[in-house]
Design a protein around this ligand. Structure first.
Ligand code: KG4
Ligand code: ZN
Length: 337
């Protein structure tokens, strides 16, 4: 089965075609980073307009690359995300499916991230743990079967990617902040500042990153400004964030007895996080290639294919977007693990 995947939930226009026999056949991605950079964050209306501008040219290129063959189905991100941005991908996806007379299926954006690492790790079977870390979400999940997700813990305030972005903004670094902070951290001393490692003293698997962000702001105000100070702040911040995430994952392993962890979402691109999780004794860590951690069409094509192959039906005509949509509200795919 060949599935066209469409991702437009935020600031990337992503299109890809995944074939269940031959793997990923092609993909196109347009990032809106430059468009939003001056605002220090994503401007929803600009995002939606830019998706409209780029969708058809990207589709034309992708279809030309994949022999112009019409896919067997269209999968599009149905939520969560920015309503206007979601609308562009959903409308375009539904219209294409209607014209091609193939099914269209709305996909949960986080399920797309979560399943992405399985595209290559074909031996991986549920149950396993997943740490989903993106700009909008920080969640530890028990994946009982595909589609059957139990939320074990989540951030009670800022998402981890959001914390990276806010620290970058305070330091005047480029948007998106995660890669900029991680880059600067490489030249910093991670022991220069003793930032709090939130929620470690409390039981449970929830996270909190807003106190850490406030501690960083205080240092920025108090410590004399220098480029080395900024690098030290980034390194010390990254150390605190990674230590918190790693300790919570270790706790989840102990509590559930599961020893495989799928790391997914934009922050899964963070090299220190990958390295420290990979060093945990007895833990099998699975993550996507760097370029497929952040939003892309391949993850939606792959998730759509997995669902359609396991008897999911295409959606009825009509459009229902879900800008807010808990992952635990999905239903399990029968016969899948
Ligand atoms: O999954 P994603 O592309 O979009 C959402 O669904 O939110 O994640 C984007 C987030 C941004 O907050 C970005 O700063 C963060 O992922 N990010 C990183 C790195 N690369 C991207 N955070 C830390 N280190 C990185 N290398
Ligand atoms: Zn995402």
């Amino acid at each position: 089965m060949r599935v066209l995947g469409i991702e437009t939930s935020c600031d990337e226009t992503g299109l890809a075609i995944y074939d269940s026999e031959r793997g990923l056949l092609g993909q196109r991605l347009h990032s809106q980073v430059i468009l939003h950079r001056d605002y220090g964050g994503v401007v929803p209306e600009l995002a939606a307009r830019d998706h409209i501008r780029h969708f058809l040219p990207l589709l034309g290129e992708l279809l030309a690359d994949t022999e112009g063959r019409i896919p067997d189905a269209v999968a599009y991100t149905q939520g969560p995300g920015l309503a206007g941005a979601l609308m562009v991908g959903a409308m375009a996806g539904r219209a294409l499916a209607y014209a091609w007379r193939v099914p269209a299926l709305g996909i949960h954006h986080l399920e797309g991230h979560l399943l992405m690492p399985l595209m290559d790790a074909t031996d991986l079977q549920a149950p396993f743990l997943s740490l989903l870390v993106s700009g909008g979400h920080t969640q530890l999940l028990r994946v009982r079967a595909l589609g059957d997700y139990e939320l074990l813990g989540e951030s009670i305030d800022d998402a981890v990617g959001e914390a990276f972005d806010k620290v970058a903004k305070m330091l005047g670094l480029d948007y998106p902040g995660g890669p900029a902070v991680a880059r600067l951290a490489e030249t910093g001393d991670d022991a220069a500042f003793d930032f709090p490692q939130p929620m470690l003293d409390r039981p449970g698997l929830d996270f909190s990153f807003s106190g850490l962000k406030t501690a960083v702001r205080k240092v920025i105000i108090d410590a004399p400004r220098s480029s080395q100070r900024d690098a030290d702040i980034c390194a010390s911040f990254e150390r605190a964030v990674v230590a918190t995430l790693v300790r919570k994952c270790q706790r989840a392993v102990q509590e559930t007895g599961l020893s495989t962890l799928v790391l997914a979402g934009g922050v899964a691109a963070n090299v220190r996080l990958r390295r420290e999780l990979a060093a945990c004794p007895g833990l099998r860590l699975v993550y996507p290639p760097q370029a497929l951690c952040t939003d892309n069409g391949a993850m939606i094509a792959y998730a759509g294919c997995r669902r359609l192959l396991h008897a999911a039906q295409g959606d009825a005509l009509g459009l229902s977007l879900r800008p807010r949509w808990p992952l635990s509200a999905l239903s399990a795919l029968t016969g899948e693990s």
